[in-house]
Design a binder for this molecule. Structure first.
Ligand code: MSP
Length: 528
């Protein structure tokens, strides 16, 4: 039986267009999910929308539409974006759906019955933008939100509370006993330090607005948006419903991964596990909290020139360029920076020059010297042959390690080292010199065979990352489909082949100045 793999993105707030920062999480999960599928896992990928909360209610009112109309519009917008980015999700959950609300209601009532949730009175400072409450001491300058810097509002109301304190020790023990539960290490340390300060019970209902899931036993209250939202990861699997087969299969399966940004770490590393402990649901997930995409001068924000949207970049430069940039430029445990200069440089240097050119040169030589026909060659003619094969094997091993730990940026770096090494192999073996000597045909064929094998394996490793370019590479080399699979990831499996007569560059080289200006203008336009 296949092993199961379940991966989730956060569900996005229905508050406007998603930028490249939010899209990063979705592209990253898509890449990991494709990688696991390539490795033969039975995969399930969940994404969706977080559609309740005061902010939605307020924005809808401002626009003179109902909250439902607003979230419908934004959900279809977001789905359109995922289609453009070729995101292969299996399910798209929306918190306004009946299937979700039913589960949230049951969860809340169960917690109430068990006395894990109790009624009390809340007083705190609320940030509408982050949908989060703070104590006075947490605020910046005594009144603004410590996360986003916006103004907060003092709120006093009757509220239900979740007993976080009751589970504090159990959670700490769990984190200590499961070193991969929260990654990277630095984020885990943040969480542990936060818990050790002592957890205050969490206010989990509101009476000040309507747009949410009503508490069944006390409909004056709506369930706090985070309790509502976090439940999506199991409500989408049919947890606690008549048909919970997906829940049994994937949640209680082999691997479950939640990917989130660093700003929502606490919700996923503390509140969510405690909810699950209280519900007696196994804590079967691993959590990865990534950094943020920033602009050169700070956080991305909707003001002019400080936010980048994915659609215009994809329309102008193609999907793979965006995926490549996003996946490469955000390190595993830090932040990344978007600049027009870097965006064009990655396309020109990494994609067009190093990678695209390697394929193009190889195909051109195969055509020029052998009319496109290359045969199998197992003999080593040059000292460089072994070096190349060794690096291929090393790259495959590292790739597996990196991808299993969601270190996609590092996996890409290593693939590009192999691409450089393969380019260097051409310069070292000088095929154009051998081509002049009739007696060196075998040697010349072996060079092309080695180049094509290296490219074929690079193509397999890039399959989850560069969607169109990896397909195009296989097409131009005429690689049969059985040799595009994970099982064929061994140097020397290719027999003979005939490459295309008409190679097309995978990535066109761009005019640096013109294109940098183009992106800069995109950033400055009104729609941004
Ligand atoms: N609705 C909540 C999540 C609920 S999950 C049960 C939410 N939504 S969000 O739309 O504000 O953010 C979604 C994700 O986008 C978060 O993981 C957040 O970290 C991520 N990002 C927002 N800005 C980002 C960057 N500039 N860079 C990278 N990721 C960013 O939070």
């Amino acid at each position: 039986m296949k092993k199961t793999f379940y991966i989730t993105t956060p569900i996005y707030y229905s508050s406007g267009k998603l930028h490249i920062g939010n899209s990063y999480t979705t592209v990253l999960c898509d890449t990991i999910n494709r990688y696991k599928a390539l490795r033969g896992y039975d995969t399930r990928y969940l994404t969706g929308m977080d559609e309740h909360g005061q902010k939605v209610e307020t924005v809808a009112m401002e626009q003179n539409i109902t909250p439902q109309e607003l979230v419908d519009y934004l959900a279809s917008n977001t789905k359109g974006l995922w289609e453009l980015l070729d995101i292969k999700y299996d399910d798209f959950i929306r918190t306004t759906e009946k299937r979700h609300k039913k589960v949230v209601k049951k969860i809340f009532e169960q917690l109430l019955e068990q006395d894990d949730v109790y009624l009390g009175e809340y007083e705190g400072y609320y940030c509408m933008s982050c949908e989060a409450f703070f104590t006075e001491t947490q605020l910046n300058d005594g009144h603004t939100c410590p996360d986003c810097g916006k103004k907060t509002k003092l709120v006093k109301e009757e509220s239900y509370f979740l007993r976080l304190s009751k589970y504090e020790d159990r959670l700490l023990k769990y984190i200590e006993g499961n070193p991969n539960f929260i990654t990277p290490e630095s984020r885990k340390n943040e969480v542990v330090a936060f818990i050790k300060q002592g957890l205050r019970d969490l206010s989990v209902s509101r009476t000040s607005f309507d747009w949410g899931v009503k508490v069944v036993s006390n409909p004056a209250h709506v369930v706090y948006v985070w309790i509502d939202a976090l439940s999506n990861y199991i409500s989408a699997l049919g947890y606690n419903t008549d048909d919970d087969s997906l829940y049994q299969k994937y949640w209680n399966g082999d691997e479950v991964v939640h990917v989130v940004g660093k700003d929502i770490l606490r919700f996923h590393a503390i509140y969510w596990p405690i909810m699950l402990m209280a519900l007696d649901v196994p804590l079967n997930f691993n959590l990865y909290a990534h950094g943020w995409y920033m602009m050169k001068d700070g956080k991305m924000s909707k003001s002019k020139g400080k936010v980048v949207y994915p659609a215009p970049l994809v329309k102008k430069y193609g999907l793979d360029s965006l995926r490549y940039f996003l996946l490469k430029e955000l390190p595993y445990s830090g932040d990344g920076i978007f600049t027009p200069e870097d965006y064009i440089a990655r396309i020109n240097f990494d994609l067009a020059n190093d990678f695209g050119n390697l394929l193009n040169r190889t195909i051109s030589m195969a055509n020029k010297y052998f009319d496109g026909n290359v045969k199998k060659s197992t003999k080593d003619y040059f000292e460089f042959d072994k070096q190349l094969v060794n690096l291929v094997n090393e790259t495959i091993t590292k790739y597996k390690e990196d991808m299993d730990q969601l270190k996609v940026s590092s996996a890409i770096l290593n693939i590009w080292k192999l691409i450089s090494r393969t380019n260097k192999y051409i310069d070292e073996t000088c095929p154009w010199v051998l081509a002049k000597d009739e007696t060196k045909q075998e040697e010349l064929n072996s060079i092309l065979y080695n180049l094509i094998e290296s490219l074929r394996l690079i193509g397999i490793l890039l399959t989850p990352i560069l969607i169109d370019a990896s397909k195009e590479l296989f097409n131009q080399l005429n690689i049969p489909s059985n040799l595009q699979s994970w099982d064929s990831l061994d140097f020397g499996q290719l027999d003979k082949l005939v490459v295309t007569k008409k190679p097309v560059p995978l990535f066109p080289r761009l005019d640096k100045k013109i294109e940098e200006e183009y992106i800069q203008n995109l950033l400055n336009t009104e729609s941004n």
